[in-house]
Design a binder for this molecule. Structure first.
Ligand code: B16
Ligand code: MG
Length: 221
């Protein structure tokens, strides 16, 4: 069965929407910034939402005033960050999935909506496994299948393609302003949560993830 309203699918960003790996990204980048003597705080971290790993590194390095860094050294720094981040991900479990997120996803699925992930992360499948959602989604588009980062729409257009659904029939849920911009560029209805909602982005805004059920009801889905 497919959703009968104008919308047939929901594409979810992962980090900051389905789960809160954003704090682990912060700790990972902060530890590398500390090693380099570069100031790094939550304000800078907010600029990394939805941004690829190497672009995140460049943002973190903006205040860096040391010796010029070669491309190999930059790759090494990004790898160090990712290794430390993966150690933190390894401690995640299904207990890190908010029960209201699971209930809401199940509610949407019961309506016949197709559910997909649209994440910039190359760790997306590993994270989904850790929190007990491995195999749950109908399609996963992530950092391993894109060549351009949000706000480019590629990650969401691929999700729609994998689902076999017209992008105009997709709703996207995002915590990053860059992600909302990407959803709009993909021609999707955009729903913001967290930082993106705080900044007034999106066609609709969520206070909590569970509010998504009502937004979709209002959309006729
Ligand atoms: P990785 P999302 C994004 O995930 C994060 O928001 C962003 O901070 C991170 O740099 C990016 O994934 C790449 O992550 O280093 O794991 O490949 O919000 O698009 O789900
Ligand atoms: Mg995000």
């Amino acid at each position: 069965m497919t959703g009968s309203g104008p919308y047939e699918a929901v594409v979810f960003d992962l980090d900051g929407v389905i789960c809160h790996t954003d704090h682990y990204h912060y700790l990972g980048w902060k530890s590398v910034a500390d090693d380099l003597g570069v100031p790094f705080d939550e304000t800078v971290n907010n600029r990394l939402r939805g941004v690829s790993r190497m672009e995140s590194l460049e943002i973190m390095l903006e205040p860096y005033e040391g010796e010029p860094l070669s491309d190999d050294r930059k790759l090494e720094l990004a790898t160090i960050k990712n290794d430390r981040y993966r150690v933190m991900l390894g401690d995640m479990s299904p207990a890190d999935l908010d029960p209201s997120v699971r209930t809401t996803l199940d509610d949407l699925r019961a309506r016949g909506l197709r559910l997909a992930i649209g994440s910039s992360s190359k760790n997306a499948k590993y994270i989904l496994e850790r929190i007990g959602l491995g195999g749950y989604f109908d399609a996963i588009s992530d950092g391993t299948n894109i060549s351009r980062s949000k706000p480019d729409p590629e990650v969401f257009l691929k999700a729609a393609e994998y689902l076999g659904i017209d992008p105009a029939k997709c709703v996207v849920v995002e915590d990053a302003v860059a992600g909302i911009d990407a959803g709009e560029a993909a021609g999707m209805y955009t729903v913001s949560i967290g930082d993106a909602a705080d900044q007034g982005a999106g066609d609709a805004k969520l206070g909590t993830f569970a509010d998504l059920s009502k937004v979709l009801t209002d959309l006729g889905a």
